[in-house]
Design a protein around this ligand. Structure first.
Ligand code: BES
Ligand code: MN
Ligand code: ZN
Length: 509
């Protein structure tokens, strides 16, 4: 998808379809009013007839004879007072999906009058949404059943600061491409998306954006004493890869943000084998790793003034002849011993070594992300990811910077009770804490591997990394969570936030 900007007035644009926003309340305004006048009240008619009410992502197509634009797609943005810039990602995404399925190749997207107060963020979201709306899920089909024909989206900056729209469009293009990269990785089936393939893809990205990459193979992981990570890998015929990408945006600073993503390219459960029902979804168990690598693509391109390292422990979790057995005791990089009660609680086993390695590299802040627990889906459904951590100010800051991106994170507690639940009778820790509060006992397990002076967050994205249902603006399947939040966090920590307005985001952690 090509994203361009143009200063033309909406009514003069030569395009396959002109996309204009309407609200569910008040009079027509901005581009909708101008086009309504050019079309003798056709937009007002659509609303007056009740065909659409202007709710978010409601759509109505009008063919426009004798105009430079062949069609007008009216797209609802909901109540005007509740407008938020991130809604423009859904607005543009819905337009691209609707028109893309109807064989329209080139579209022009008008922004609502509200964009004037925040043109960079608004243009960024519109570009991001147009790109993520164009995501194709048909690459394995001989004759794709659902085309996405839109190849070019022009954002109209008429009435806005054109330079700001250009800046926002460039950022949104990068974020949208990163989101789709994460989704592509997650969607790719596990026979293709092996740990080796993921490491190769990360290497390609690192080269493309000019950042450093180091892929530790099994021998090097062993030399680093990553006994917990390797205990998960030993049941698989696929060699594990421990992926480390480093971006130095502020070489004179000692600050280093570590982003850690679970990279289980397939989770069978291991010897504690999962039931077959929906097991195919466990190809998505590397979504955290995919989002982390994709975020590094965006960071490498956006060049914020911050040092960032991404760490993705990648392996399959398989029940091979050499697999870890329930009751086995393994030793993590920091010397702590773990009694493996359930080999299906493998995410924490790979993450704990990655957290240790992040600290070895000098991380001063750490955020990990993982499709870690089914319990998180029970707690929050598919509406939000859970966030826990060891530093309330950091949790608050993360919630504040992620909220305006459209990704949702909901804070949960890490009481000592959950830490107690992870005590083993014969090792330092065990890897499961029973059914109650499964997301939080998992969080408490990870917490034991982070120095308490290092601000750390854990994001459980089990319910948000992929969705069963498509929406007007998003294909079903992988969502690209947490790419948008990671980019926003990095920009904020670098002192160059783009999307947030909340004062809490500026809190010093
Ligand atoms: N990858 C799964 C968690 C998961 C489940 C993600 C469903 C997305 C959808 C994870 O490795 C796992 O199996 N967790 C276990 C932990 C339990 C054994 C303590 C779970 O949630 O059942
Ligand atoms: Mn598992
Ligand atoms: Zn898993």
């Amino acid at each position: 998808m090509q994203i361009r900007t143009a200063q033309d007035a909406p009514g003069t644009v030569r395009t396959g379809a002109l996309v204009v926003p309407v609200f569910s309340d008040g009079e027509l305004s901005g581009p909708a009013k101008a086009i309504d006048t050019a079309l003798d009240g056709a937009i007002a008619d659509v609303l007056a007839s009740g065909e659409i009410k202007g709710k978010l992502c409601e759509l109505a197509l009008i063919h426009a004879k004798g105009q430079p634009f062949q069609r007008v797609l009216v797209v609802g943005l909901g109540e005007s007072a509740k407008f938020e810039p991130s809604m423009l990602a859904r607005y543009a995404g819905a337009a691209v999906r609707y028109l893309g399925r109807r064989n329209v190749a080139e579209i022009a997207v008008a922004l609502p009058p509200q964009a004037a107060s925040n043109p960079i963020a608004c243009a960024s979201f519109a570009a991001e949404g147009a790109i993520s709306g164009s995501f194709e899920t048909t690459s394995y089909q001989e004759k794709p059943d659902k085309r996405m024909a839109v190849t070019s989206t022009t954002l109209l900056s008429h009435g806005l600061d054109p330079a700001a729209v250009e800046t926002g469009a460039n950022r949104g293009t990068i974020v949208g491409d990163a989101v789709n990269l994460a989704r592509r990785f997650a969607l790719t089936p596990a026979n293709d998306m092996t740990p080796t393939h993921l490491a190769n893809e990360a290497t390609k990205i690192a080269k493309e954006v000019g950042i450093a990459i180091d892929v530790l193979d099994e021998a090097r992981a062993r030399a680093e004493k990553m006994g917990s990570f390797l205990s998960v890998a030993q049941g698989s015929a696929q060699p594990p890869k421990f992926i480390v990408m480093t971006y130095k945006g502020d070489p004179s600073s000692k600050e280093l943000l570590a982003l850690v993503g679970k990279g289980i390219t397939f989770d069978t459960g291991g010897i504690s084998l999962k039931p077959p029902d929906r097991m195919e979804e466990m190809k998505y168990d590397m979504s955290g790793g995919a989002g982390t690598i994709a975020a590094m693509y965006a960071i490498g391109k956006l060049k914020p003034k911050l040092n960032v390292v991404a760490i993705v422990p990648a392996t399959e979790n398989m029940p091979g002849g050499k697999a870890t057995k329930p009751g086995d005791i393994v030793t993590a990089m920091n010397g702590k011993t773990i009694e493996v009660i359930n080999t299906d609680a493998e995410g924490r086993l790979v993450l704990c070594d990655a957290l240790c390695y992040a600290q070895k590299l000098g991380a001063t802040k750490i955020v990990d992300t993982a499709t870690l627990t089914g319990a998180c889906v029970i707690a929050l459904g598919h509406a939000a990811s859970a966030v826990v951590g060891n530093n309330d100010a950091f949790i608050e800051q993360f919630v504040a910077v992620s909220k305006p991106t459209g990704e949702r994170y909901w804070p949960m507690p890490l009481y000592d009770d959950y830490t107690s639940a992870m005590k083993s009778d014969i090792a330092d820790l065990k890897n499961t804490g029973g059914r109650p509060a499964g997301t939080l006992t998992a969080g408490a397990f990870l917490k034991a591997f982070v120095d308490e002076k290092t601000p750390w967050l854990h994001l459980d994205i089990a319910g948000t990394a992929y969705l069963d249902n498509e929406s007007a603006w998003q294909a079903k399947g992988p969502t690209g969570t947490p790419v948008r939040a990671f980019v926003s966090l990095v920009e904020t920590l670098a002192g160059s936030p783009v999307v947030h307005t909340n004062g809490a985001a500026k809190a010093t952690v």
